[in-house]
Design a protein around this ligand. Structure first.
Ligand SMILES: [Zn+2]
Length: 173
């Protein structure tokens, strides 16, 4: 059997589909497939390995935790009842949390070939990888965060005091 199965270590878009962590896929022989393997976006797996299937969209995942996290992200209305502002805040927190977890659990492989290509500047490569994962979304969220920080100065007393840094930053604008 020559067709190999892979699972997604780091979420990325592939052939117009947003892949989630733990999702089982077949690579389609695209130009960048080799790079996805080399950098650690996907990892090869046993074709006959066990899997957990999503009950809603029937995508397959390497384990229950991965399947559940996909279902929560894709099929539950977890922002229900939130204002647009709260939703933006929740999304921002989520992006941070997911990025931290991925950097810890599934760091990308920046091998010597990649490093030498950028003249030893590892940071350049890392920034590029983050852009691949969600550059445009990231920027949108950053803008939302700025707006929120501004808006917050008007109701500082409502809850616990915001961090001093945030107040200082907002006041400076
Ligand atoms: Zn699903």
């Amino acid at each position: 059997m020559s067709d190999k199965r892979f699972w997604v270590r780091r979420p990325f878009d592939y052939a117009g589909e947003e892949l989630d962590r733990g999702q089982i896929i077949e690579l389609k022989g695209a130009r960048n497939d080799e790079k996805l393997i080399r950098l650690g976006y996907v990892q090869e797996r046993d074709r006959n390995g066990s899997f957990k299937e999503c009950g809603v969209c029937f995508k397959r995942f390497v384990g229950e935790a991965e399947r559940n996290s996909h279902a929560e992200m894709r099929h539950s209305d977890r922002y229900h009842g939130m204002t647009a502002e709260e939703k933006e805040a929740a999304m921002e927190d989520e992006v941070d949390r997911v990025e931290k977890r991925l950097d810890r659990d599934a760091p990308l492989y920046f091998d010597k070939t990649e490093a030498s290509r950028t003249a030893g500047e590892g940071s350049t490569v890392i920034r590029t990888a983050k852009e691949i994962i969600g550059g445009s979304k990231r920027k949108e969220i950053d803008r939302a965060a700025q707006k929120r920080a501004k808006a917050q100065t008007g109701r500082v007393r409502s809850k616990s005091k915001p961090a001093a840094g945030r107040v200082a930053r907002s006041a400076g604008r």
